[in-house]
Design a protein around this ligand. Structure first.
Ligand SMILES: Nc1ncnc2c1ncn2[C@@H]1O[C@H](COP(=O)(O)OP(=O)(O)OP(=O)(O)O)[C@@H](O)[C@H]1O
Ligand SMILES: [Mg+2]
Length: 299
């Protein structure tokens, strides 16, 4: 048993541990490098400060849920990760690589690690489902048999194999989002960025999108950012996990009292700052009146 002074020391030691110290201690050194890291990032448009010193990390295999009001800078964070915008100051690291000042050419291999699910699904309306999903691989010049196999595998993952020859206009909103997810997942990205993937969908359809994100997290070890307004999404992603049963089917289980999901955290933005970072339970139990209003849909 440690006395309180010793206990404090242990904590301090853990906090001081640099990733490089940990690297020797694990089999896969890459696992200890965060998939994404923001270090004190600032960004203003004219006089409007959107991000006012943002720091956070997304660990490998972790899902970070980002909450915040409309116009709060959530999509901006995603654009910064993709290198479509540059911060005024601070650093952005992907897999431990500082990409802050990378130009378009340098960003290309970084973007290949990232799948993006856009806010509105954003399909190319003049291309078929097949062509939409295959797009990235066609650009990379893969041979057509390989592309064919990958497209079918991805459409199977989102449960839309039957839509392969359809045009986007023939699909429902939920189907379009799922095609958008299949397109983001082609090439097996290690990181997937979801920007309000369930906005405007009915609750059961929104749930299927959350299930896809849970499957990616738990069965594919994908690291992701999931921007959302909807507390239902937060609840699904922070209290359920995917596993494969004896019959080889994917099933979703609720976290029990013994098991607590440690690979999903929430951050909340307000006025360019992170005002909360922690678990779903901590979020719900916080006394902060702004957060309480937000989670009850009153801001
Ligand atoms: N290129 C730009 N030039 C000027 N202002 C911009 C630009 N991009 C974003 N903004 C502003 O930055 C703020 C944050 O935008 P952002 O799209 O990140 O918000 P959001 O949190 O994603 O909102 P929503 O929930 O509505 O999608 C908004 O006020 C927006 O008008
Ligand atoms: Mg947005």
């Amino acid at each position: 048993m440690l006395n309180s002074e010793e206990f404090d020391k242990t904590l301090v030691i853990e906090e001081d541990l640099e990733p490089t110290d940990l690297e020797d201690a694990v089999d896969e050194p890459n696992r200890v490098l965060p998939a994404i890291e923001f270090r004190d990032v600032y960004l203003s448009f004219d006089d409007n400060t959107i991000l006012n010193g943002i720091s956070f990390t997304v660990r490998r295999g972790e899902t970070k849920l980002i909450l915040g009001r409309s116009g709060g800078g959530k999509s901006t964070i995603i654009r910064l990760i993709l290198g479509l915008l540059k911060p005024d100051s601070g650093q952005i690291l992907i897999d431990g690589e500082d990409v802050t000042v990378y130009d378009e050419r340098e960003m290309m291999p970084v973007r290949q690690k990232i799948g993006m699910v856009f806010q509105e699904g954003a399909l190319f309306d003049s291309l078929s489902v097949y062509e939409n999903v295959a797009y990235r691989l066609i650009e990379q010049g893969l041979d057509s048999d390989e592309i064919d196999m990958e497209v079918r595998r991805m459409l199977q993952f989102v449960d839309l194999e039957e839509a392969i020859d359809k045009m986007p206009i023939e699909l429902s909103g939920g189907m379009r989002r799922r095609v958008g997810i299949a397109r983001a997942l082609i090439g097996d990205p290690e990181i997937v960025l979801f920007d309000e993937p369930t906005a405007g969908l009915d609750p059961p359809t929104a749930r299927t999108i959350c299930e896809l994100a849970i499957k990616l997290r738990d069965l594919q070890d994908v690291s992701s950012i999931f921007v959302t307004h909807e507390m239902n999404n937060v609840q699904y992603l922070s209290s359920e996990y995917a596993t494969v049963n004896e019959d080889g089917q994917v099933v979703f289980e609720k976290e029990g009292e013994k098991l607590c999901l440690i690979n999903t955290e929430v951050i909340m933005l307000r006025d360019g700052k992170i005002i909360f970072s922690g678990s779903d339970e901590q979020l719900r139990n916080t006394a902060d009146p702004y957060i309480q209003k937000f989670i009850h849909g009153k801001t």
